[in-house]
Design a binder for this molecule. Structure first.
Ligand code: SAH
Length: 252
């Protein structure tokens, strides 16, 4: 038997990998992140699968379910939202599985920052502007390491994707304004790829009021940076004079 950590993607069941979908559709036991995975995704599991909502469980309770799957010799799907490698709290589960000598594998998923970029129809990197994307969050019950304080991240003025932070949008926008400028574009995508998805675009100056107006307090991605603008330099990759190993330039 094996435990599969499966990235469920951002919400739309069609945004799961084929492998993840197959494992979920065949599983006997599934532990899923109930607060973040919509019913349409859980519905992919067979009707008679045993389902456990991890939001209501401790690590010890998860270990009991892992042990049960081991005793019954059936595979278990551990369904995580987005991609399991980002704020997935999978390390402690893997430590438990190591101790229990249970094999496991990870199936990647589309992360919510990617789904949000798709919703926004944006490229997160921009030539001459930024070639760096930072994935981060603000502190909550999990404190931020001092060196990764929002101000430190902002100094680079790269594209910044903030998870788990929309409830602090006013504070975030104010702190970032000092480095990015108050007119810098910012977007908040609530429930990216869900049927009730909402997109709010603005500047660091006006975004907090717009988000408050919509009453968005959780499950949203914040993306900040000049890369959100269309009015910046574009890549030369497809320019006719730009030659590379796969294409010879046309004579000018
Ligand atoms: N592993 C996940 C992140 C889990 S942390 C991933 O790769 O996406 C939970 C945070 O992810 C939420 O607070 C929110 O910031 C973000 N998030 C998860 N699903 C989202 C969605 N569908 N739309 C927007 N943000 C989402």
């Amino acid at each position: 038997m094996k435990v599969y950590f499966v990235g469920a993607g951002p919400g739309n069941p069609e945004l799961m990998t084929l492998l993840g979908h197959r494992l979920l559709s065949q599983c006997k036991i599934c532990i899923y992140a109930g607060s973040l995975i919509p019913p349409e995704v859980i519905a992919v599991a067979p009707d008679d699968a045993e389902l456990y909502d991890s939001a209501k469980m401790t690590l010890e309770e998860m270990e009991t379910v892992f042990r049960k799957a081991q005793q019954e010799d059936v595979d278990l799907v551990r369904l995580h939202t987005g991609d399991p490698s980002i704020y997935g709290a999978i390390r402690e589960q893997m430590n438990s599985l190591d101790r229990m000598q249970i094999e496991y594998a990870v199936v990647p998923g589309i992360s919510s920052f990617q789904a949000a970029a798709a919703t926004l129809k944006t490229e997160l990197t921009a030539p001459e502007v930024t070639q760096t994307v930072i994935l981060s969050r603000t502190s909550g019950r999990t404190p931020m390491p001092e060196k990764e304080d929002l101000q430190q991240l902002a100094k680079m003025r790269s594209t910044l994707c903030l998870f788990l932070s929309v409830h602090k949008i006013a504070e975030v926008a104010q702190e970032l304004g000092r480095w990015y400028g108050d007119d810098c574009p910012i977007a908040v995508v609530f429930h990216a790829s869900w049927p009730d998805e909402k997109v709010i675009r603005g500047t660091l100056q006006d975004i907090a009021a717009k988000v408050a107006n919509e009453g968005i307090k959780k499950t949203a991605m914040i993306i900040v940076g000049q890369a959100l603008s269309r009015d910046i330099p574009v890549s030369k990759l497809y320019h006719h004079a730009f030659t590379h190993g796969y294409r010879q330039g046309s004579a000018e």
